[in-house]
Design a protein around this ligand. Structure first.
Ligand SMILES: [Zn+2]
Length: 137
């Protein structure tokens, strides 16, 4: 089977090394808000930007989130639950003054970097915190 480019390595590792090459420094797999049990993949603590790389399957990507045919109801409920939790995470973090950047594992790395930079820029120019979602491709 021919491998897709975006499957070659773990998506969050690819994003981390791309950000690192750009001279950005960050924390990895940490909670933006210590009392909130949500872990971001990449965290810019000073700028209050939390980055999540969502797996296409588990987070219900519209392009790749196809459901298995057996136990379908179970998986639909499970993935819908994950999506609700993601939306809640975004809301809670934004309420706490964080920018949330969410990209899919299939998001081209250069697009993901642009979105992270956008979050950092907005934060540094004191814009209102918000969740920034990667474009669906
Ligand atoms: Zn996808």
């Amino acid at each position: 089977m021919r491998s897709n480019k975006w499957r070659d390595t773990k998506p969050e590792l690819r994003l981390r090394s791309a950000l690192h090459r750009q001279g950005l420094r960050y924390r990895v797999s940490a909670r933006p808000v210590p009392t909130l049990r949500r872990t971001a993949d990449v965290l810019f603590t000073k700028d209050k930007v939390a980055v999540f790389v969502d797996g296409c399957y588990w987070h219900g990507c519209p392009s790749h989130g196809s459901m298995p045919s057996s136990n379908r109801d179970f998986w639909v409920a499970k993935i819908e639950g994950n999506k609700r939790r993601d939306a809640e995470t975004d809301r809670l973090l934004v309420e706490q003054g964080w920018f949330v950047v969410r990209v899919w594992e299939h998001t081209p790395i250069e697009d993901a970097v642009v979105l992270v930079r956008l979050g950092l820029e907005e934060s540094r120019s004191h814009r209102s915190p918000r969740a920034i979602r990667g474009a669906v491709r």
